[in-house]
Design a protein around this ligand. Sequence first.
Ligand SMILES: [Zn+2]
Length: 321
Amino acid sequence: MPPANYPRLRVGEVATPKVAVRGAAGGAIMDAMPELPEVETIRRDLEPHVVGRRIVRTWCSDGPRYGDIHDAAGRAILALRRRGKYLLAELGEVGTVASPDAVSGIAARELVIHLGMSGRLFTAASRPDSPHLRAVIELDGPEHLYFDDMRKFGQLLVVRPGEYEALETLAHMGPEPLSADFDAENFHRALVASRAPVKAVLLGQRVVAGIGNIYADEALFLAGIHPGSRSVSRPQSRRLHAALKQVLAEAIANRGTSFSLYRDGHLREGNHYRELKVYDREDQPCPRCHTAICKTRIAGRGTHFCPSCQKPPRSTGNGRG
Ligand SMILES: [Zn+2]
């Protein structure tokens, strides 16, 4: 059952300055988008409302990123999973709903959902009045599933189970950081093998899944590693491995970070923003040493770090040892 405070839908407010502008500097944070904790929060919110429901019909707005979901109609949602920053709805034939066998692998299709920068996926009893509504998935229950996406970087796609050729990032996704598959020694080897800045490796999704700009900065701070470092020692990679698990688990516990446009499956803001140590805290004191947090650009993304706690990598030929 929906909670008592189930949203009075105000999707049209998405673009109002009150919501779009956050952060100590007062400016909208343009390079933040939903990462693993935000997507996991949405998954947990939606799961009890959609799993077991049959998709009656679908509607999509024009555009190549949303138009490919009509094949979902007539199938039931057997499970709602997450992989990295993707939501995966397992779809099966009507009548196999809640069958353990069906959930374990006989699902006929998967609905793949990526929120992009501003995508919002939520259930509601009636169609929201929003100019940014991109898809409607009508269910055989009191609520339907809606996808609203102001900036149009999101994506919806129906594929055969596990066939992700059209989704290169998903097809080559590294291990889930909160699972046992995320092995510290393998992680260290991958960091050593890469010649890219460590932050770029984290953002790349192939070494570890689900990390974006916010949690890369936060984990590198916790591990005491400069985000531009191209050479990471075994103790450093061990610390980073643990830091990633810690920041992601804490952010999930806080229902994600609402930086600008993210809302959970009930269109509420996440609570993790005030827990951030470096992200979006340029010129504010480091919580550990009180040095002013710096902002630079690494891997094409705004990057926050403490110049004292996260020493820059030593330049080669500069009196090593
Ligand atoms: Zn510091």
